[in-house]
Unconditional design. Structure first.
Length: 263
């Protein structure tokens, strides 16, 4: 196994490492990371995009299946094999961060293995708050909702935040709730994008915490951090990112890539 990017120390001696959780089993789309998009497995598209991010010193795929690991190795990537009984991708992320031996102060960026079209700028945007504030434990991204159908869709998580851009709450319900629908002014809704940056030491502490009460109902891990008193910085990005959850999503992504390849 080899590191496809080499190791580049930041001036502050803090490394920014991308870990890409990639699980083989899925209720809706088994073997999704290996699904072909324009002749390449999806996980290769994700890794190749991550390679374009100059901020990253290392890119590691964390998987529970050797078939994914062998695929990553075949195109020159680095992988780490993790347990197959993790409840969440964050647990897999924490195990991988421990195995690859990075410092407690290094920054771990969680890049989703099912987002092959993510804009490279997103990684800089999610990691930058932790580079600028050594006391900050984690950060994530939000996107101003443009498509009205996403407001009431529980698969699109909404967030509200304070004046310093620290998260107050995340919910699958539309927040804020507009009490009087006859009001001419409508609230602005912000969608949470599933990109996270953690300080490695905090990541290990986070997965050791018990499940939070609000997390249990909403099925949103980030609520655990808020419930236990940790701050989450949310950065507004102009970039949305398409997730591949179904075969139909895969076809849409492939059509998008083919269109841009032909231009």
């Amino acid at each position: 196994m080899k590191n496809i990017t080499g190791t580049i120390k930041m001036e502050s001696n803090i490394e920014v490492v991308a870990i890409i959780p990639a699980r083989y089993k899925s209720n809706r789309f088994e073997g999704k990371p290996l699904a072909s998009i324009c002749g390449k497995p999806m996980i290769q598209h994700v890794v190749e995009r991550a390679k374009k991010v100059k901020l990253l010193s290392r890119i590691v795929v964390a998987t529970d299946d050797i078939r994914i690991g062998e695929c990553v190795e075949s195109f020159g990537g680095e992988f780490v094999l993790t347990r197959d009984d993790h409840v969440s991708g964050t647990d897999r992320l924490a195990e991988a961060a421990e195995k690859i031996g990075i410092s407690e102060h290094d920054i771990v960026v969680n890049i989703q293995g099912d987002q092959p079209l993510f804009p490279e700028e997103i990684v800089e945007q999610v990691a930058r708050p932790l580079l600028d504030d050594p006391a900050l434990p984690m950060s994530t991204l939000m996107y101003k909702i443009i498509r009205k159908e996403e407001i009431n869709d529980p698969n699109h998580v909404k967030t509200v935040f304070d004046r310093d851009n620290y998260a107050l709450y995340f919910s699958r319900a539309p927040i804020p709730f507009q009490r009087n629908p006859e009001d001419t002014e409508t609230p602005t809704y912000y969608k949470h994008l599933g990109f996270y940056a953690y300080r490695k030491g905090f990541l290990l502490s986070f997965v050791a915490l018990p499940e939070g009460e609000w997390e249990r109902f909403e099925k949103l891990e980030q609520l655990r951090a808020l419930e236990f008193g940790y701050r989450i910085r949310v950065t507004l990005t102009e970039h949305d990112s398409i997730e591949v959850d179904t075969v139909e999503d895969l076809k849409r992504v492939e059509a998008f890539l083919k269109f841009h390849m032909e231009k």
